[in-house]
Write a protein that binds this ligand. Sequence first.
Ligand code: SF4
Length: 472
Amino acid sequence: MSGTFLGMPAFPEAAAEAVADPVLRANLRHATHTIRDKRARAVAELDDWALLREAGKRIKDRTLRHLDTYLVELEAAVTAAGGTVHWAADAGEANRIVTDLVKATGEREVVKVKSMATQEIGLNEALAAEGIAAYETDLAELIVQLGEDRPSHILVPAIHRNRGEIRDIFRDRMARWGRPAPEDLTDAPADLAEAARLHLREKFLSAKVGISGANFMVAETGTLVVVESEGNGRMCLTLPETLISVVGIEKVVPTWRDLEVFLQTLPRSSTAERMNPYTSMWTGTTDADGPAAFHLVLLDNGRTAALADEVGRQALRCIRCSACLNVCPVYERAGGHAYGSVYPGPIGAILTPQLRGTASDIDASLPYASSLCGACYEVCPVAIDIPEVLVHLRGKVAGQGGKGHRLERAAVRAATWLLDHPTALAAGERLASATRKAHPARPPGAGAWTDGRDLPELPERSFRDWWRKNRA
Ligand code: SF4
């Protein structure tokens, strides 16, 4: 079972630990820089990238404005095609629905396609509590699961691991879950892939239940879409007798023409490919081909609340490409675990506090986990203005109060008064310059804000005095 994020400290503490780990920083730097450079080249190939980006943004915004209509249309189409639709208001309800569906099949094992939604609700843990083993089949998710680790990247959940670490995890842990890794396993990518392939093949061939998410759901035909690079998803979607898909309600697109835009922007933004090696689509059930039973669990879990926020709702446009993670200077240094959620990086900093609220320390700290440099906005294929949402959410967190915020408000009030009284300001500047040698390197503690900032070194005299002497 993967570790969970429950009880994580706030971002600054979690990040401080990660920043002090040189191996982690080297792994992250190498991986993010490789992916970001490849993405830039893939995007530069398209003359109409800016238009595609704008089209994706508008399609998502229109869909979100009429989400109720498109979800009902989707439900009717899935039902007409032989599927069954379930509605889940929160994680608990979604987990109950899926667990009951698996139990009804009499099976105790399921194979899983990589899925953010099922990680978000902690499905593997909920299944395990009922005695059902869930096997991750995506290579990176397999590494995370075998290592009893937590994912740290949307696209590459084991980005924090290097090849040597992966070899050790395979050698030490694979036997506990099924076919063991060869004794003489090396850290060559081909050998690691072959060990995973042989291990997973047994699971695919014996599993009677598959669980997936979906990248998109097409309302007009009730078709679900999963894109991937390895083909493991295709196996999970086609071999088992029962398929259960857990999908966030924001993943719906109205038509196939709308889907076409995202099938161009998603692969280039995520894996820097012109198209995904595997694009699997399924519509309900088909006689004598693929799963005989198909269940779609539509997940809210905070999305409706996010939709009600006029600024914050743009986070629901996200197509989980992870381009924003790969360019983020904060993510590159702090890594994904510090965000305390399955959604790390810039998108996690705006999505998690909206889905979970800002009552906990970790969720309240996330909108501050950014330098607001704007690199995330520049690369986002659906033009989510992440800095705008971060500032908006900071306002909300500040509005919640707390000791740190009371001190901040008092400081701002004092500064307002000083800036309104030029004589007092000039006297204050002179005093500050005269006593500058006695100033501490950091301002005395008012919480994280002062702990993380150095006081600027003051000049011998204020600009005002310099001007009077040299220019007046
Ligand atoms: S916010 Fe944009 S760049 Fe980041 S994962 Fe979502 S779609 Fe990709």
